[in-house]
Write a new protein. Structure first.
Lengths: 298, 294
């Protein structure tokens, strides 16, 4: 009996071997490789033979002027993105929900989802073109006698450009979840409200929004795990040395310091910090989502 | 829904419709603008005469791009990575999701394995150590550097295993009684009835591989090994005066850095445009897939 069970389970173990190999090499390997954060890593010597320096890399990072700025930029940009994208997606879903012509709704959706599927290389070069000093956006503003705005070269504006352009890319896609939540609200609630004399605005306030509440809470909770992820691709494509002060985030900093300037151990030390904080936040967000919204990933 | 046709309602519907149209235009017009520039003459483009319709229409920018060896070379790298990458992704996703979808009583080690995979979604070694692992395996400048590190998309495994778990268990039980092996049950029963879910994952995988550029940039030292998006990135982020050296004076009347760049950007977006109808059909299922629970 036991033997039969083992025999039955054996192929299941076998099937997992290729996936396990990939995960052990390319996910657990780098986790082990994080020991380089405590070394003066030399690629020729490898993970095991590089010189051990303890916490020196971390002490060095704390002396850098950029550190606080970069950390602040990361949290500032990503929390603004979470707030703006959540509100924009909800409003967009509500607006679409009010459309009665099916083909119009469908056309709007088709167009608005599209940027989500283009790479930031494509989107970035489109944005760099239209937002440049003599680009079409500034030309349009010129009609109203507004002086050309350096969207991608002004530290005061750049973070907002990042937030708005990402919202532009994802908001259609973000709205899908909320549209699904809207369709699950029972129509009888609205019928009852109409009989009670509630107008559309009151219906939205007292039926639609409460009906979406659990979805909203869930999505915001899950996005908390991403707070140290301010969107590397987008920033890398759009930023330049003029706006490092306001646009440089952990990921772009690690890339420039760790890979471009080959300070591998410093980069890994910053990366370790990022991974540990993200791990805590992601675990916490999954736990909260499970606790309050009964959400389970598997 | 019940609607009253008061004036206030009419005004609301009008404003709502107008805002939605404006927003759709905001998504559409930048892309059309770049397309119009790529089809215009360089003089019209640099004079700022082009908005959403080509001025002095010509295809010279496109023919210039299509004659560039770098462009074709990177396109071939991208085709290779899409074909290899999607195949590897899908095989690994399917054979990993199947055992993990079993019940605990049929596969006692299930939760141990699930945690081994899910932990990689929670914690990562980060950029530098991952780069070092790829480098120490001798994968730099090899196409496998673009395929193996992401060969097992754990999130997709979770989606597919949840889908597998939603299938009626009777199917498997009757196959078991007939003496079918797990391998046969997976490929002859599970995969055929999960085709919509698998198609969704395939489309996502294609777009993912097509759009990736960062791995190409860090793992390929030799620019001739760049996939298309990485090659486009070099044009966008590190603009050069490559055209000036290669184009003849006659051509420069028609093309410029900007028109050629626009043409390449547009070509880089064409495949996504082509699979977009399928994407749109499937990604709704994809999102719903994520919420399917037993």
């Amino acid at each position: 009996m036991l033997n039969a069970k083992l025999k039955r389970e054996f192929p299941l173990h076998l099937m997992l071997i290729p996936g396990l190999i990939i995960v052990f090499i390319f996910s657990y390997g780098p986790m082990f490789g994080l020991i380089m954060a405590f070394q003066n890593f030399d690629p020729a010597a490898g993970f095991l033979k590089s010189v051990w320096v303890g916490l020196d890399n971390f002490k060095y990072i704390l002396t850098l002027e950029d550190t606080r700025q970069v950390l602040w930029n990361t949290v500032y940009i990503s929390s603004m993105k979470i707030v703006v994208e959540t509100i924009a997606s909800i409003v967009f879903a509500l607006m679409l929900n009010e459309v009665s012509h099916k083909w119009f709704k469908k056309s709007v959706q088709t167009i608005v989802y599209f940027p989500y599927f283009l790479s930031w290389i494509i989107l970035g070069s489109i944005l760099r073109d239209v937002l440049s000093a003599d680009g079409i956006v500034n030309k349009f503003l010129g009609i109203f006698h507004i002086h050309p705005i350096m969207f991608l070269g002004d530290n005061k504006i750049f973070p907002f450009v990042l937030v708005l352009t990402e919202a532009w890319q994802v908001l259609g896609f973000g709205a899908i979840v909320y549209l699904a939540a809207l369709t699950s609200i029972s129509p009888t609630l609205y019928e009852a409200a109409v009989i009670d004399g509630a107008n559309r605005w009151q219906q939205t306030l007292h039926i639609t929004l409460p009906g979406m509440k659990s979805t909203i809470v869930l999505m915001v909770t899950l996005s908390l795990g991403n707070i140290l992820n301010a969107g590397f691709d987008q920033i890398f494509v759009l930023y330049n040395p003029l706006v490092y002060q306001s646009g440089d985030v952990i990921d772009t900093w690690v890339y420039r310091m760790g890979l471009v300037s080959a300070q591998y151990s410093i980069g890994a030390a910053v990366g370790l910090f990022r991974s540990v904080v993200s791990f805590i936040l992601i675990s916490l967000s999954y736990y909260l989502a499970y606790k309050f919204a009964d959400y389970q990933i598997f | 829904m019940v609607g009253n046709t008061s004036i206030a309602r009419k005004v609301f519907v009008f404003i709502n419709t107008a805002l939605l149209i404006i927003f759709s235009l905001l998504c559409l017009l930048p892309i059309i603008h770049v397309l119009a520039i790529s089809l215009s003459s360089s003089t019209a483009a640099s004079a700022g005469e082009v908005s959403f319709w080509p001025v002095e229409f010509n295809l010279i920018s496109y023919s210039f791009v299509l004659k560039k060896t770098e462009f074709w070379r990177s396109l071939i790298v991208t085709f290779k990575r899409v074909i290899l990458g999607v195949t590897v992704n899908m095989i690994l996703t399917i054979i990993t999701a199947y055992p993990l979808s079993k019940d605990k009583k049929d596969f006692r080690a299930r939760m141990v394995y699930v945690w081994i995979f899910v932990f990689t979604m929670l914690f990562s070694g980060g950029l530098i150590p991952t780069y070092m692992v790829v480098r120490s395996l001798g994968l730099l400048d090899k196409i496998w550097a673009l395929i193996l590190p992401g060969a097992l998309p754990v999130f997709n495994v979770v989606l597919l295993l949840n889908f597998f778990r939603s299938l009626p268990r009777e199917i498997e039980e009757s196959a078991l009684i007939d003496g079918a092996s797990h391998w046969k049950i997976l490929w002859l029963i599970y995969v055929p009835i999960s085709l919509p879910a698998i198609a969704t994952l395939i489309v996502f995988s294609i777009v993912g591989h097509w759009n990736s550029w960062f791995d190409g940039m860090i793992y390929m030292n030799n620019a001739s090994k760049y996939p298309l998006q990485t090659y486009l990135q070099t044009l966008v982020v590190q603009p050069s005066s490559q055209i000036m050296t290669k184009a003849t004076a006659e051509m420069l009347r028609h093309i410029s850095e900007r028109t050629v760049k626009s043409a390449q950007i547009f070509i880089g977006a064409i495949p996504v445009l082509m699979v977009y109808p399928f994407l749109q059909k499937y990604f709704m299922t994809g999102i719903v897939l994520g919420s399917v629970k037993e």
